[in-house]
Structure formats: C-alpha cells, structure tokens
Design a protein around this ligand. Structure first.
Ligand SMILES: [Zn+2]
Length: 307
C-alpha cells in the first residue's frame, strides 16, 4: 500500500472522506449526507466511516487533511461551520488526532482547499496569485498568494460570502446585513425567487431550468445573484491586485445560464478600477473531488509528486 493522506471535506450538506495518494489520486471515497443529529452523533458517523478506511494502512497514513466550511479557529484546531449549527468551536483537529493516531492533522477552509487543488492541478495552474470561490449552499473563498495558500491570522482569509455589499440589506445568518451570500447562494436565490411569486420548484437546479425556459423572475434573480458574487469577487481582487479567479460549487454547474451574467457583471464591475482589466475568470476543472484533493494537499504539499 502506498503512503496516503486521509482527506475530509466538511460541507454544509455533506461530509466526504477519501484516501489520497502522492499522485493526488482519490481512493475509497465515502459520502455522508448531514441530517438531524447531535454534535457527538455527527462525529460518530464520520468516525464510523473513517476508521475502516485507515485501519488497514499499517503505518502508511501520512496524516489527515481537513477542508471545512467556515469560520475556522485555527489556533485551537476547531470549526464553527455557519450551516452546521450543532458544531460551534468543535475540536475537529483533536478528534482526528485521537482517531487516526497521527499528530499530522492539517485544517484548512473548504474554499481554501479548493483554491489549493485548482492551483496545483486545475484551472489556476501557472498563476502566482489566485482567488478561488465556491458558490453553493453558502459562498466561500480561498487565496493563493505568491504560490502559497494564504490562511490569514485565524484561517479565514477571503471570507468572501460575508462581506457586505448592501448595508441596508436583508439580515444574513452571520448577523450582518446585505452579505454577498444573502443574494448569491443557491438556496437564497431560490428563496428570493419564491418571495417574488416563482413556484417552479425548491432547488437552484429547478430555478436554472425555468430561467432557460425564459421565466423572467428566474432570470432576474439569477442575474442579481451573479451580480452580487461579481461584486464580492471584484472587491477582493481589487484589495489584493489579483487577476485570476476560479469559481466552482453547485450553482456554477448550471452552465451558461449562470456563467453569462457572472462574466458580464465581473467585466462590468472591473472597469472602474483601472488595473483589473485582464481578469481571467474560469470554472473549476476538478469538479467534485477538488475539495478532497485540496484537503489532502494540506498534508501532501511538499510530499506529493506533483508539487
Ligand atoms: Zn453574512
């Protein structure tokens, strides 16, 4: 058995686990859908999946890489995912140290993990500086600065979903008004469309399908959501003078119905800066395994064949 990292991707609606080798190939992937649970019940479910994956490795476990929805508390190895309210300052690093017997447990934000994976293997290859963005149940970001993951002081650099773009806007789950996420996440676009009389379903997939059929409410809400994300992207790129941005997550899989307004608004919002003229805006290339590969890179970076 080759040496591997256990990769753990903790999202708002599911937890994915896999073993990732030094060629960054993904093996033994498991997914847990998050339902109603207690804090310890959720941990038991994750541990129940992880234990058999690592029990037969016989010393070939390099460590555990975790990519989690934020916010994070890197200094204490804990997480408080906005959309997993049963976990507040949950000591995930210590839990995986106990479970795995490895001290080498590395925690990154989920969008940071995606940015890392896309920079090494995907759409961000060759860029020195890059912003990675995930737009799905929530909106998150991750930064590569001078070819390294930039975590910030507490692990939350580029907390793009919760920068406000409308100080009189609707209250966000985080407690601020008018955050990017209030307009741009998949569930929020659905809720806004429903508040305007759209009744074509309950998911962003339904909303995108109706937009493709010319439904005016669906088209308008998606345009506004893409504009909100574009504002968050341009605010961040402008702060840092970065011109490469890679965007992934469930919402972006809707295809042109989402990418056309996103590209248009990014171009439009960038015109005023005077220096963001050549923005490279790309979809992720790694699709569903980007989070796992990025989580594993926290352990494998410097050890892997490809970096
Ligand atoms: Zn917020």
């Amino acid at each position: 058995m080759a040496k591997v990292a256990l990769a753990v991707d903790i999202g708002a609606t599911k937890v994915a686990l896999a073993l990732v080798d030094r060629d960054l190939a993904v093996h033994s992937k498991h997914e847990l859908i998050l339902g109603d649970s207690t804090s310890e019940g959720l941990w038991k479910a994750i541990a129940g999946s992880a234990r058999p994956m690592i029990s037969g490795l016989n010393g070939n476990l390099l460590g555990v890489g975790i990519g989690s929805a934020g916010p994070l508390h890197l200094e204490i190895g804990a997480i408080s995912p906005v959309n997993i309210p049963i976990w507040r300052k949950y000591p995930i690093v210590e839990k995986f140290r106990e479970l795995s017997g490895s001290h080498n447990v590395v925690l990154h934000g989920d969008a940071m993990a995606l940015a890392h994976a896309e920079h090494v293997l995907g759409a961000g290859r060759g860029s020195d500086n890059m912003l990675g963005v995930v737009v799905s149940t929530g909106v998150g970001g991750g930064l590569i600065i001078e070819n390294k993951v930039f975590t910030g002081d507490t692990g939350n650099a580029s907390f793009i979903g919760h920068q406000t773009i409308n100080f009189d806007g609707e209250l966000c789950v985080c407690g601020r008004n008018g955050c990017v996420e209030v307009y741009a996440s998949g569930p929020r676009m659905v809720a806004i469309a429903q508040s305007r009389g759209w009744s074509g379903g309950n998911t962003f997939v339904d909303l995108a399908a109706d937009a493709r059929n010319g439904n005016v409410v669906a088209l308008t809400v998606i345009d506004e959501g893409a504009r909100a994300l574009a504002l968050g992207i341009i605010n961040t790129l402008g702060n840092l003078d970065i011109t490469t941005v890679v965007v992934g997550g469930g919402v972006t899989q809707a295809g042109d119905i989402y990418w056309e307004p996103l590209r248009r608004h990014v171009k439009n919002e960038s015109r005023y800066s005077g220096f963001l003229n050549d923005i490279v805006l790309r979809p992720t290339e790694l699709r569903r395994d980007a989070g796992l590969i990025g989580a594993a890179l926290g352990v494998l970076d410097g050890n892997s064949v490809l970096v």
